[in-house]
Design a protein around this ligand. Structure first.
Ligand SMILES: [Zn+2]
Length: 322
């Protein structure tokens, strides 16, 4: 087999060979969507590249790099196994990790993944796990995707993001949202017409405590927060950004009902969210909230309650009961 050698005996540029092999192993995620095991593009059959791994040292390197470019971890503790068994994948080949299960007790060091750029964490089936199961992310990490998290307090978030200074994009799919008035994670309850999304510019639009803990992410540019809502509340945000006079940024229905009765309080609070005394990551441009109706199932509406959570790292960070 003379793969990599042209008809006149000239070698193809390594970059071209690498691109050809990448076509044989279309292992990819969708950074614009919510990556899960179901949506990830699998690398296909090993037989597609097996001959390449045997042809030459260069082709073997390119083939294995393509094969391990996206690493799917069944559970967070697989980091230690991969480090021992697949050291080159950890140090050189892996660019993206999808972790399907978060260990309840242990945080795992991922500093060895020196070329990791995207980290996907899927909490969909683990609503009682509240902490991010990794620490010491490499400086190469620029995107963090958190899917299906039931309980993401600013402190949970900060425990990981404080060591990720190069983070550019943060995407979170949350079952409950942090309310910066009562310091609880609560369900979202709306009334009236709800838009599919609200987009805030110039770094505005985060719950204030999220903005504070993300200050260390000096290059953070985009935050996307997707939440499910019920329609049994009284909070209205209107059908478009112009109809959003309260500049809604995660406040729970209880706080809105109770505290917004005071026009004086409401005006001061909304003003502060628009800039006064509101620190935010310096490079942050876009904060997008995406909304979808809650599909009531046994594992969504009542999946988290105060008694379910083993750790409360703030003394105030707890969830309202259903
Ligand atoms: Zn509240």
């Amino acid at each position: 087999m003379k793969t990599g050698v042209g008809p006149r005996g000239q070698q193809l540029p390594p970059e071209l060979v690498q691109a050809i092999i990448a076509q044989l192993v279309p292992h990819a995620t969708d950074p614009g969507g919510w990556t899960t095991l179901e949506t990830i593009k699998a690398p296909g059959h090993w037989s597609n590249i097996q001959s390449c791994t045997l042809a030459s040292k260069m082709l073997r390197g390119f083939s294995l790099a393509a094969w391990f470019r996206v690493l799917v971890l069944k559970e967070a503790s697989d980091v230690a196994y991969c480090t021992e068994v697949l050291p080159l994948a950890v140090e050189q080949w892996t660019r993206e990790i999808l972790c399907l299960y978060a260990d309840k007790q242990t945080v795992h060091d991922i500093s060895g993944f020196k070329r990791l750029t995207r980290l996907y964490l899927d909490f969909t089936n683990e609503p009682r796990i509240w902490m991010i199961p990794f620490s010491n992310a490499p400086t190469s990490l620029t995107e963090l995707h958190i899917g299906g998290h039931g309980w993401l307090t600013p402190m949970n978030l900060c425990a990981f993001t404080s060591s990720v200074p190069e983070l550019r994009t943060l995407r979170m799919q949350l079952k409950r949202v942090w309310c910066h008035l009562c310091n609880l994670c609560n369900k979202i309850q709306f009334a009236g017409t709800i838009p599919e999304s609200i987009i805030y510019e110039k770094g505005l639009g985060l719950p204030i405590h999220y903005a504070n803990v993300l200050l260390t992410c000096r290059k953070l540019h985009t935050v996307v927060i997707a939440v499910a809502y019920t329609t049994d509340g009284s909070t209205t945000i209107g059908s478009s950004e112009k109809d959003n006079p309260n500049f809604w940024t995660g406040e729970c229905d209880g706080c809105m009902s109770l505290m917004y009765k005071s026009d004086e309080f409401r005006e001061k609070w909304v003003s502060s969210k628009k800039g006064i005394m509101y620190a935010r990551p310096p490079a942050l441009e876009t904060v997008e909230w995406r909304f979808h109706p809650l599909m009531e199932t046994s594992s969504t509406a009542s999946d988290v309650s105060t008694s379910d959570v083993d750790g409360d790292d703030s003394g105030t960070a707890s969830s309202a009961e259903d």
